[in-house]
Ligand binder design. Structure first.
Ligand SMILES: *[C@@H]1O[C@H](CO)[C@@H](O)[C@H](O)[C@H]1NC(C)=O
Ligand SMILES: *[C@@H]1O[C@H](CO)[C@@H](O)[C@H](O)[C@H]1NC(C)=O
Length: 358
């Protein structure tokens, strides 16, 4: 009897997982399903959703960079033996781990799981001048625990790469904690606010993306002896995390290998190159991640910026007709878009790309 119930549970969870992650991330689901501790199947869907949130944030943060967080980067970060130990890989591990903490913590505070809820451990205690702890603080500790269980269990090895991944996953978890915000409510006679109760809330996930992107920009390279890096598991026991990765830098991202420039396509390394990519000729005041994207993607890679005009059609002059329709005109306007293209007679042999002479 017990066995039958067990099977049903597994099937049900598996069906939920498929449903929740139809879009693009079967990889993470299968990884977590095989590696995640059996007792924690309840969390599998949320863990996969968290990993997916991390991937989407990565794509957003790197949309206008040469390396634009291709989906396969998330795959190869786990089971592929050729996985990199670059700065980019450090970001992937951190944001994925942060995503898991984030979704699980939210779930927890929403009462989605039976065995966890708000963190009320400090409620009633004085927090500072004029305020006490109260209300529903997000239970980030529980999110961290589940993230450790699932994400860290992907690292089987004890080599420098595995330790790097563990370190960066931990830094991702710390990022969630670091961006939590105090939210307060006033009490006292008719809103005098003489006393406030406050609780800690998760920030928007975008803030964790911004925070970790800044960490990525100043990630630290750990210098390793080449022999030690290639020795793989044989280095077992010699790489206590505290030894290899500065404990003072626990919130920093670390990497072991320099990145390629990502300009030129190299299929065997999974690098697409920037030829054909769109860039933005952004105005002043554009978000930082968009600024100078044509320089980064095109000119610094030996490509030129090509302007292409396209006609954009949109609805305009809409009016409301009684009752109940909206009539609109179609307005056309010319918009310029910019792409990286190879200059005529470029270094590369001709034969690819549009518009070549026939
Ligand atoms: C956890 O939250 C996500 C949305 O943030 C939701 O889609 C998912 O169903 C929740 N998980 C559970 C077990 O309720
Ligand atoms: C791709 O990268 C590998 C490893 O660095 C290198 O040996 C190979 O020549 C590169 N291929 C191309 C087409 O650049």
């Amino acid at each position: 009897m017990g066995r039958v119930v067990g099977h049903l549970l597994v099937l049900w969870v598996a069906a939920g997982v498929c449903y929740a992650t139809v879009r693009a991330s079967a990889w993470s689901v299968s990884n977590f399903l095989v590696t995640g501790p059996k007792a924690y199947l309840t969390y599998t869907t949320s863990v996969a959703l968290g990993a997916q949130a991390g991937m989407e944030e990565c794509r957003f943060q790197f949309a206008w960079e040469r390396w634009n967080c291709p989906e396969h980067a998330f795959q190869s970060s786990t089971h592929n033996r050729l996985r990199g130990a670059t700065r980019e890989s450090s970001f992937i591990h951190a944001i994925r781990s942060a995503g898991v903490v984030y979704v699980i913590t939210k779930n927890c505070s929403m009462g989605d799981f039976e065995n966890c809820g708000c963190d009320g451990s400090k409620n009633g205690k004085a927090g500072g001048r004029g305020w006490i702890w109260g209300g529903c603080s997000h239970n980030v500790e529980f999110g961290e625990k589940i993230s450790r269980l699932f994400v860290d269990s992907l690292e089987k090895g004890k080599d420098a790469r595995a330790l790097m991944n563990l370190h960066n996953s931990r830094a991702g978890r710390l990022a969630v904690r670091a961006s939590m915000k105090r939210t307060c409510k006033c009490h006292g006679i008719s809103g005098s606010c003489s006393i406030q109760t406050c609780w800690l809330q998760l920030a928007h996930f975008r803030e964790m993306g911004d925070y970790l992107k800044a960490k990525y920009d100043r990630a630290q390279k750990i210098e390793l002896d080449k022999r030690q890096l290639s020795a793989g598991n044989r280095a077992e026991g010699r790489w206590a995390p505290t030894e290899a990765f500065l404990p003072s830098a626990e919130a920093e991202l670390v990497f072991l290998e320099d990145s390629p420039d990502y300009c030129t396509r190299n299929a065997s390394l999974g690098i697409q190159g920037t030829e054909g990519r769109e860039c933005l000729q952004s105005e002043r005041g554009a978000p930082r991640r968009q600024q100078r994207s044509c320089g980064r993607l095109c000119t610094e890679c030996g490509l030129q910026v090509e302007e292409r005009s396209t006609e954009a059609v949109s609805s305009c002059g809409c009016s409301f007709k009684w009752c109940c329709t909206v009539r609109c005109d179609q307005c056309r306007r010319v918009v310029s878009r910019y792409y990286c293209t190879r200059p005529e007679g470029g270094v590369r042999p001709r034969g690819r790309g549009k518009g070549r002479a026939r």
